[in-house]
Design a protein around this ligand. Structure first.
Ligand code: SDX
Length: 373
């Protein structure tokens, strides 16, 4: 028996290749580090869905479709307003995916063309949901989307209502590309399981959002920030002092056998291939905002975990503090992951449908032997 399906290969995929031996990740054959350095998130989304990077005309048409779908559905806004402001933003994301599915003009149609439109529409609509949900919790009103901004810049615009700074947009764009896809992770596999019954795309994405919420998966980026807050962020503190406090916190946590979120990975055992690229983006944000004490906390935790258990950071570790510096509320971090991963999830949904087989594993019974009532 392979509990947690650890190490079990259950199907083929052409969407991405995770190679722990070479510590590499390819999206449709392209190294993710190169995509993050040279491409927009729109180009990567197109690549995941279509298998090739778009030419100029294809990108123009694709970008126009995405920008046309950014406005928050008024009916959805009423439902979000009815959700408690102290509830979790991932519950708002999960609800939004469900509502947008029930209200979609092609609901009931699961043809490849309909699913591609549903995927682009959901991807385009999610930033408004995430941004409005954070703003309403601060008593702020909706910021309408701007068609002159790309996906990442518009996400920041709708969240903060200010012209986004290029350097911040670049770091956000890197995080969108790195979070987009990662083969059969728990949330993607959840989407494939739902799809394998021939259920619809929005039901599969709603299931995936539920899986991503957990702190062992996407919720880890939020949990990383809770760790920083528990240690205590003291602006202006010297890096070295922050590192000493962080090390002490980690040593205590490990002595208590705690799982420290942001570290470890089921597939990568020598470090997550995406961390170097995301850490470089974090370093730029630390320099941009002048918050070197965060680097002290980051380094202190990483060093102590490495010395104690030789466990390396995963993508969520640098991503969390990056979003914190940009001004996102901590519970908004995983919803940002949702907006990015909609591309990977829906690419897998379409791949599952193209060569489907119902996913239904076996179990070994260890309950009561048969007995009379
Ligand atoms: C994501 O799968 C994907 O691709 C996911 C993802 C994606 O892009 O979709 O990459 C995104 O979810 C990244 C992972 C985010 N999760 C976290 O940061 C949560 C903390 N990490 C751990 O819970 C753990 O590393 C898992 C769940 C991610 C993976 O765990 P495994 O492979 O099941 O390994 P394990 O839990 O059995 O741990 C093996 C050993 C254990 O020690 P022992 O009990 O054998 O002595 O390593 C220890 C664990 O205690 N360990 C940790 C640890 N991770 C592993 N100890 C402390 N803190 C940790 N974070």
């Amino acid at each position: 028996m392979k509990k947690g399906l650890a190490g079990v290969v259950v199907d083929y995929t052409a969407v991405s290749k995770v190679n722990p031996d070479t510590n590499s990740l390819l999206y449709r054959g392209y190294p993710v580090q190169e995509l993050a350095a040279k491409c927009s998130f729109e180009q990567v989304a197109y690549l995941l869905w279509n298998g090739e990077l778009p030419n100029e005309a294809q990108l123009a048409e694709f970008t126009a479709r995405e920008r046309a779908g950014r406005a928050l559905d008024p009916a959805l806004r009423l439902i979000i307003d009815a959700l408690p402001e102290d509830g979790h933003p991932m519950d708002v994301c999960r609800t939004a995916a469900s509502i947008l599915g029930a209200r979609h003009e092609l609901t009931g149609d699961s043809s490849p063309e309909a699913n591609m439109k549903k995927a682009i529409d959901l991807w385009a609509a999610m930033p408004a949901v995430v941004a409005f949900d954070q703003r309403r919790r601060h008593g702020l009103d909706l910021v309408e989307p701007r068609e002159d901004l790309d996906y990442s810049a518009n996400f920041l615009w709708m969240t903060f209502g200010e012209d986004p700074v290029d350097e911040v947009v670049e770091a956000f764009n890197v995080s969108m590309i790195l979070y987009a896809e990662h083969s059969f992770n728990a949330s993607t596999f959840s989407a494939r399981v739902v799809t394998s019954t021939l259920s619809d795309l929005h039901s599969a994405v709603t299931a995936a959002i539920g899986a991503l919420k957990g702190p062992l998966h996407g919720g880890a980026n939020e949990a990383v920030m809770h760790t920083f807050d528990e240690i205590g962020i003291r602006s202006e503190e010297a890096m070295e002092e922050a590192a000493v406090r962080a090390r002490a916190w980690m040593e205590d946590a490990l002595a208590q056998k705690k799982k420290v979120m942001g570290f470890g990975h089921r597939v990568y055992k020598h470090g997550d291939s995406r961390v170097t690229t995301m850490k470089a983006a974090l370093d730029k944000m630390i320099a941009h905002y002048g918050r070197h004490e965060l680097l002290g906390l980051y380094n202190g935790l990483e060093l102590a975990m490495d010395e104690a258990k030789a466990i390396k950071p995963n993508l969520d570790y640098p991503a969390g503090p990056t979003y914190h510096l940009m001004g996102f509320d901590t519970p908004t971090f995983t919803p940002i992951f949702v907006a990015s991963r909609i591309t990977g999830w829906t690419a897998h949904i379409m791949e599952q449908l193209a060569s489907n087989s119902l996913i239904r594993p076996l179990s070994e019974y260890n309950g009561h032997e048969q007995r009379p009532v």
